[in-house]
Design a protein around this ligand. Sequence first.
Ligand code: GLC
Length: 447
Amino acid sequence: MFPCYSGIEAIFFHTMKFLIILVVIGLLGPTPFTFGTDRSEDRPTILKFVTMKPDQAKAWEEAIGRFERAYPSIQIEREIAPASSTAYHDLLTQKLKNRDPSMDLFLMDVIWPAEFAAAGWALPIDKQFPPSEQAKFLPGPIQAGIYQGHIYGMPSRIDSGMLYYRIDLLEKYGFTPPQTWGELVVQAKTIVEGEKDSQPGLRGYSGQFKQYEGLVCNMLEFVGSHNGTLTSEDGNRSTLASPQSIQAVTFVREQMINQLATPAVLTYQEPESLAVFVQGKAVFHRNWPYAWGIVDDPRYSKVVGNVGVGPLPHFSKGRKVSALGGWLYGISTFSPHPEEAWKFIQFMTSADIQKYFAVKGSLAPSRIALYRDREVLETNPQYESFLPVFQTATPRPRTPAYPIISNILQRYFSRVLAFPDTDILKEAQIADQQINRYLALVHPNPS
Ligand code: GLC
């Protein structure tokens, strides 16, 4: 039996059939129907951006506000993790392991892209960020974003270790900025001794020696500036037990931790170590470029106008070494909004926004051309001489196994620095063995 319809019923029936077909194909995937509907006009796309606690909170708010004004159909929701790279890594990787679709994009420390790429957590951005564009950026952060021929991160800023010093105190005692660690020790001791009645709390040095990622950066600089390395050149072998490395670690334990610095330095990350310096309680301070914005700001600093900044010293037979740091934007593989995420990344890494961050917060641009920008150089005169340091900064091992390797490095350095009776060579040999075991498990060549 076939139903028989009147004229009105037939129109109703065919219209319903048409609507049902549209609903079904709409459910099956993108069609001209779903594409043609600009839902964004009614409901903006919310992009969840996970990031560590920023050094320059106001500047971030302003930059994100500018993006939202330029792209009214996209809103950014930020989830702010702790300031420590190590703690932030734990939070971020937890979400990625859970394939959390509510997170669209994130900032990656320069040491993570290999891990994120190997795990399938970050989307490759080769098409959006081709080599012709990459060439406009400093080479270190670009290299950091590449894993097995694909690029996974777009650099926001570069970091590299710098020495901040008290010009007023150095001048008072007839010193020029130290070139070697030995000179730094002599100068610091002379100044602290000379100032002991008027400034009894003054210390010679403050840096980052807590057990976390920053410790690896500080120690890489001491070991590297004594011609040592963390791993062999091919990246396949840990080299902590080399004589150069052992001597550098011994120097830090004997001269820095228990002489020039307060023992509390073993609990310092960047903010605590910087606080000591801006309160006028340390002659020398190791930190990243952002510290300039704080050191030079009377709201936070008692030493405005009395601070100089230059490359870190080296050992007398060694060479200058600065750890390569910095942050890259990455898109989560599990994001439902990769295209919108890319728009945000493009905006945030543009020359305008990088310039804004450099002028407002002394975040060192990853775009090379900004090192010729008048306003950037006026606020950060040190950048002129720092460009070569940024171009040659020393990376930490680039491998998907980096987090576990860093964990072993952190425990090794922290233990031997905190406990003066530990046998540095023995501990270094144990750490070498453990690291080698993990290095053997992963692909030898991340390029
Ligand atoms: C800075 C660097 C980062 C490094 C961290 C260590 O944020 O940019 O690369 O891992 O400091 O504390």
